[in-house]
Design a protein around this ligand. Structure first.
Ligand code: HEM
Length: 388
């Protein structure tokens, strides 16, 4: 056999192997008799042309009433999309012990910032979540509200300056700068100044972290499909410059607060208290602190600013609703001596409905992810949702 023939045979053999591999993987749902979307080679039900995730979900919800779940493929990985409320409740609440993971990629060694609550699974998640729960009390929210109002006043100044100069403004960007400054103050206790300076470091790194992935899409899929291999290859979950920036910021803030014995009753303060805990098991390291602070920043600024953007958009389309909201706000302010207070905010119930409706129509995070930590036998069914 000459070299050319060997080459051709090798290509045919490889192509056959790939074909058989995908054929086997893509028959997972069919073999189990589960209603599923037909996958295509090589991305399964992912599509680079997908207009928006909600359109994909509309396709899935066509099956509602006929089946408790729909099977899909994330590349070759089978995924369950539950569409029956009882099953959803079992997964999120009743049988949470089988679903307390999100299956995100964490690489604590090469990328300590990736080990935050949103990505951690199981005992690690539970441990950090328990230590940080005191952050989410209404008392803490009330305290932080003063900071939010202070930043809101700066927002008004910036808005006023902008409309003096231009008849149009990019509201998404302005709101992103507002939420960056709010979270910078509430979480890091740092004046990010992005309202005054659109190119402030926090804004730049926030944008990089949320919209500039550390690797091409194909590598990203490898990371999600084969996380153990990805860790062995030292693949990062975040860009190095982003990690360095947030780690340095937290390190210098903590050092400054400790050296000057400053107590501010904010998020960073709480983290320092946990860090100082004499009991090793109840402590968190500086890297763990930085990861949680980073999460608050990333989880908070884009989600909140996009809801506000869509809310303003809807209000501009629905002038009657806008008028009613304006009347409510004006009345509450009159009742509270012209000041925006935490108690006053609680009374803006119509505004709250508007925000909730905006979140329903334009969810910032349109799906919840859970990964099975053990095989899960579905109630009233022969189907087992396998581990992972
Ligand atoms: C409109 C704004 C927001 C939306 C729509 C939103 C949505 C979500 C969703 C869907 C999850 C996943 C929940 C789950 O898997 O069960 C989540 C988790 C989380 N969010 Fe938000 N979020 C918003 C704002 C914020 C803000 C402002 C912060 C903090 C400053 C924040 C911090 C977190 C944290 C720490 C987690 C992980 C919680 C855990 O693992 O226990 N989020 N968020």
């Amino acid at each position: 056999m000459d070299l050319l023939t060997i080459g051709v045979l090798a290509i045919i053999a490889l192509a056959t192997l790939i074909y058989l591999y995908f054929k086997k993987r893509f028959s997972y749902w069919e073999n189990r008799g589960v209603v599923h979307l037909k996958p295509s080679f090589p991305l399964g039900n992912l599509s680079l042309k997908q207009p928006h995730f909600t359109e994909f979900m509309i396709d899935i919800y066509k099956y509602k009433g006929g089946t408790p779940l729909v099977g899909i493929y994330f590349v070759t990985k089978p995924i369950v999309i539950p569409i029956e409320l009882d099953l959803i409740q079992n997964i999120l609440v009743k049988d949470f012990s089988s679903f307390h993971a999100r299956g995100m990629y964490v690489n604590e060694v090469d990328d300590p910032l990736s080990a935050h609550m949103f990505s951690l699974d199981g005992e690690k998640w539970k441990s950090i979540r328990t230590k940080l729960s005191p952050t989410f009390t209404s008392g803490k929210m009330k305290y932080m509200f003063l900071t939010v109002v202070a930043v809101a006043e700066r927002f008004l100044e910036t808005l006023g300056d902008s409309v003096k100069l231009e008849s149009q403004l990019e509201v998404t960007d302005l709101l992103g700068r507002f939420t960056t400054d709010v979270i910078g103050s509430c979480t890091f206790g740092i004046e990010c100044n992005s309202l005054k300076d659109p190119n402030s470091e926090f804004r730049q790194y926030g944008k990089k972290a949320s919209s500039e992935p550390p690797m091409p899409l194909i590598m990203h899929m490898l990371v999600l499909l084969y996380p153990d291999l990805a860790r062995k290859l030292h693949l990062r979950a975040l860009r190095k410059d982003v990690t360095d920036f947030f780690l340095d910021t937290v390190r210098s803030t903590v050092n400054y607060l400790k050296e000057n014995n400053i107590q501010r009753n904010d998020f960073m303060d709480l983290l320092i208290q946990i860090n100082n805990n004499p009991n090793e098991a109840d402590k968190i390291s500086l890297e763990e602190m930085a990861a949680q602070a980073f999460l608050f920043f990333i989880a908070g600024f884009e989600t909140s600013s996009s809801v506000m953007t869509f809310c303003l958009y809807e209000l501009s389309l629905n002038q009657d609703i806008q008028e009613k909201a304006r009347e409510e706000i004006t009345q509450v302010l009159i009742d509270h001596d012209g000041k925006l207070t935490y108690e006053g905010m609680q009374q803006m119930t119509y505004l709250e409905k508007i925000v909730n409706e905006t979140l329903r129509k334009y969810p910032s995070l349109p799906f919840l992810i859970r990964s099975t930590v053990r095989d899960y036998a579905m109630p009233d069914s022969n189907l087992v949702i396998e581990k992972g």
